[in-house]
Write a protein that binds this ligand. Sequence first.
Ligand SMILES: Nc1ncnc2c1ncn2[C@@H]1O[C@H](COP(=O)(O)OP(=O)(O)OP(=O)(O)O)[C@@H](O)[C@H]1O
Ligand SMILES: [Mg+2]
Length: 237
Amino acid sequence: MSILELKGVDSGYGKLVIVRGVEIRVGDREVVTIIGPNGSGKSTVLKTIMGLANLMAGEIRFKGELINGKRPHELASIGIGYVPQLDNVFTSLTVEENLEMGCYLKPKSQVRELVEEVYSLFPVLKERAKERAGNLSGGERQMLAIARALVLKPKLLLLDEPTASLAPKFVAKVLEKIVEVRDLGVSILLVEQNAKKALEIADRGYVMAAGRVVYEGDAKDILGNEELSKMYLGKAA
Ligand SMILES: Nc1ncnc2c1ncn2[C@@H]1O[C@H](COP(=O)(O)OP(=O)(O)OP(=O)(O)O)[C@@H](O)[C@H]1O
Ligand SMILES: [Mg+2]
């Protein structure tokens, strides 16, 4: 069974329809990537899942259960983590304070342990625990944003361009971390501009254009498809 399933999803902002007829599924412990040009609706798909865009038609299921219209904190409490594209850490707070805030749904008595657990996955964050998030490098900041979503132990993690504007070395590091997270048992839906790199770590991919899914398939088939490569993978090739 899929952990996440979108069927016939139309969504947008107010009355404006951006995404049309989208069908996407994420299997247990899969890394699935959504790629496509700027403005094609990738972020809107994630926002729709999180109840942050207006779902106008279709169904969204998490572990088989309909989650249409649920609020972000409800989705967090049932096991969906979300790292938005922008403003995903509190820059004026320290690394540790950001992680503690990420535990907002857990009893205070568990916070210390949950934070220590993510430190074991992200040792660099432990080293920088008392540093303000605003002083971190781009790569460290993305690690913090991911770690902040992981403190609640989600089963599904939605990541919106975690490698945007990072130097190639840090792109590779962040993507390696994403694979590590998947290996811990978390399913991942990854929106990426670095399409080629994302496909290299993904099991399957969806290509979006103008609000629709125009191609879906195994990541390696998309990578090996000359026409798709020319159209969508040029930037990162
Ligand atoms: N809050 C909003 N209100 C109205 N229109 C919006 C809003 N957010 C996004 N849009 C529009 O929806 C379309 C899709 O945007 P979206 O952010 O989903 O694209 P994207 O594929 O994530 O692009 P990018 O690669 O640039 O992040 C764009 O035309 C954008 O202008
Ligand atoms: Mg986007």
